[in-house]
Design a protein around this ligand. Structure first.
Ligand SMILES: Nc1ncnc2c1ncn2[C@@H]1O[C@H](COP(=O)(O)OP(=O)(O)OP(=O)(O)O)[C@@H](O)[C@H]1O
Ligand SMILES: [Mg+2]
Length: 331
């Protein structure tokens, strides 16, 4: 077994708000192996982004990492001075966001930003070499006329082209870990497919492990090796994508899958999960999914289920995961 590249363990992240303390992440954890793609899914507010941000040391007041461990390549990030964290970000760990404008500087040319990113992490690189590499990177991500485009500002790029430019920035320094947070959500379907191809290409080019956060289970099926399902700040199920999707062992995962259109089903057979996740700050005794769960028993309302093994490399945090095993329909 490879040593994990990233290990997040028992992470608790809290935010101070006007309504009191909100526990955004409540004991979540996962590992990322070198070179693999890990999909992270779950409804809005389940803590996908906040968990990933902790891996970049990006939780800032009013938020704080209250407890837990975040270890990158053997080093605990919580003990790392801000300067070293900044060096990791954009170096060995890079991030791709839904909105490229959060990563791009609007008053600097694309070429200027790329060369700056390159030289920040390699002080010996000459300006001319950085410019050449910047042009190569833009060409690699499929921005036509790269040499001319380097002189343009982000607002002169279309949305899809900006996304490409951001991916070029992210892979500029050959990161070991790429965190892509809803990288295609804001794009139309055609551009979405192109950006996914590009992510694959970036992965091939850099060999980077990828944490792919998305609402789209289809994207996970296509791109990821393993998947983590989050609910209310916890990991409720995780394991190899093919197995989890074929035979989920948590009612929430099953609910997510049942609400997806399938080739062999009519659209009217889709069943969305009833109800809504707990509101931010709401504290539930027992299983946080209990109020929405079709299998709920008394025990679920009082006793919190912890992740338990359900097979090689997979866990489920459901008291009754064994009952789901008996119901496998074989996809
Ligand atoms: N700056 C903040 N201040 C207060 N609460 C926050 C802050 N950032 C996040 N939260 C809370 O943390 C919880 C988890 O947020 P997070 O952004 O990780 O969810 P998510 O799973 O990424 O959702 P989405 O799919 O909508 O991106 C939410 O309930 C949110 O209200
Ligand atoms: Mg998010």
């Amino acid at each position: 077994m490879n040593a994990p590249l990233l290990e997040i363990e028992d992470l608790v992240v809290e935010f101070d708000t006007d309504e009191g303390t909100v526990r955004a992440v409540d004991g979540a954890g996962y590992t990322v192996l070198p070179g693999e793609t890990l999909g992270v899914v779950g409804e809005s507010g389940s803590g996908k982004s906040v968990t990933a941000m902790s891996a970049l040391g990006l939780i800032k007041p009013p938020g704080r990492v209250a407890s837990g461990r975040v270890v990158f390549d053997g080093v605990d990030l919580r003990g790392l001075p801000p300067r070293e964290l900044r060096r990791l970000r954009g170096g060995r760990i890079a991030m791709i966001f839904q909105d490229p404008m959060t990563a791009l500087n609007p008053v600097m040319t694309i070429g200027g930003q790329l060369t700056e990113a390159l030289r920040l992490h390699d002080a010996r690189m000459s300006r001319a070499a950085a410019r050449r590499r910047a042009a190569d990177l833009l060409a690699l991500v499929g921005v036509p006329g790269a040499a001319k485009r380097l002189k343009q500002y982000p607002h002169e790029f279309s949305g899809g082209m900006r996304q490409r430019a951001m991916i070029a920035m992210a892979i500029a320094n050959e990161p070991d870990l790429l965190i892509a947070d809803e990288p295609t959500t804001a794009l139309d379907v055609t551009v979405q497919a192109q950006v996914l191809d590009l992510l694959r290409e970036a992965r091939r080019e850099t060999g980077a492990a990828t944490v792919l956060i998305t609402h789209d289970l289809g994207v996970v099926a296509e791109m990821a090796d393993r998947v983590v399902v989050m609910y209310a700040g916890r990991v409720v199920e995780h394991g190899p994508v093919a197995e989890i999707f074929r035979a989920p062992r948590h009612p929430y995962t099953r609910g997510l899958l049942d609400s997806l259109p399938r080739m062999d089903e009519d659209a009217d057979e889709l069943t969305p999960i009833p109800g809504a996740p707990p509101a931010p700050g709401e504290v539930t005794a027992g299983c946080p999914f209990a109020p929405r769960c079709a299998m709920v028993r008394d025990r679920c309302r009082t006793e919190r289920p912890e992740p338990a093994p359900t097979g090689p490399g997979r866990t489920s945090a459901c008291h009754f995961h064994a009952e789901l095993a008996g119901e496998d329909t074989d996809g």
